[in-house]
Design a protein around this ligand. Structure first.
Ligand code: SF4
Length: 268
């Protein structure tokens, strides 16, 4: 896609990232003027040059413009004159000034760490950057947290224990070369559809095997070569299928898993 810029129809194309899920699909937003005269996103399409999705979007990403224009959103800032009072509409600049004044008072009296920000993992990258800049650069506290960390705490601990570092070790390109996929506790067909499509392309084109471990027969499980339907609450005891002891609660699963995984044993 060409660099962002004005189009002949008066809209501006802006490249960004879908904020719905962690697949991180590239989006191109057409930003123009809405019926109310305000600057608004009038169309969202997949970024064909983005390495995560190459132009594809699932329903969630494809309806980004509708979501951004949906009614029921705040159209003005609201300021609560005092604790317990009803929020009152206020001009944005005045609300920002008032927020800064109140923050200044708290910081002067109690120090920067008296302020903590709890933000959302669904913020856009740009909004997330600004929130961190506000916390660390201006308020000068490191007390900023989001649901992303809570969400990833278990995975991070697992990565550290098994691989020694808490960053996911693979890349999306690995999916295009894999021979077997082991999906545990994830219904990526519904939750991360674009990555699921990429995985299924490899399954279909190269005959890669898909093993799904889940208590529920999900849309992902429906595509599996081997579906291990474990009892609820027992998924954490399933080990890596190619090595290690049989799971405490799933010997039947282990027996089923072995023939599929034998060709993919870890290198000595
Ligand atoms: S898979 Fe769907 S929701 Fe997730 S980032 Fe891509 S378009 Fe957005």
């Amino acid at each position: 896609m060409a660099a962002p810029g004005s189009q002949s129809d008066g809209t501006t194309k802006v490249r960004t990232v879908c904020s719905y899920c962690g697949v991180g699909c590239g989006l191109v937003l057409d930003v123009g003027t809405g019926p109310d005269g305000r600057r608004t996103v009038v169309k969202a399409s997949g970024d064909k040059e983005h390495p995560a999705n190459f132009g594809r979007l699932c329903t969630k990403g494809a309806t980004t413009a509708d979501m951004l224009a949906a009614p029921g959103r705040l159209t003005t800032a609201l300021v609560r004159p005092d604790r317990g009072e009803e929020p009152q509409p206020a001009p944005l600049a005045a609300a920002v000034t008032e927020t800064a004044r109140r923050l200044r008072t708290i910081i002067d009296e109690h120090g920067p760490d008296a302020v903590a920000l709890y933000v959302s993992g669904q913020l856009s990258l740009e909004a997330q950057y600004l929130a961190n800049k506000l916390a660390k650069g201006f308020i000068r506290t490191n007390q900023i947290e989001s649901n992303s960390r809570l969400c990833m705490a278990g995975a991070g601990t697992g990565y550290k224990l098994s691989l020694g570092a808490d960053g996911p070790p693979g890349s999306y390109q690995d999916l295009d070369k894999a021979d077997v996929f082991f999906v545990i506790g994830s219904n990526m067909a519904d939750c991360h559809p674009i990555l699921f499509l990429r995985m299924m392309e490899r399954v279909k084109s190269a005959g890669a095997k898909l093993i799904v471990v889940d208590p529920r027969r999900t849309a992902t499980a429906a595509k599996a070569d081997l579906f291990l339907q474990i009892k609820p609450g027992t998924d954490l005891s399933s080990p890596s299928p190619a090595s290690g002891p049989a799971p405490r609660s799933g010997p039947t699963c282990w027996v089923a898993c072995n023939p599929v995984c034998t060709p993919y044993a870890p290198a000595p």
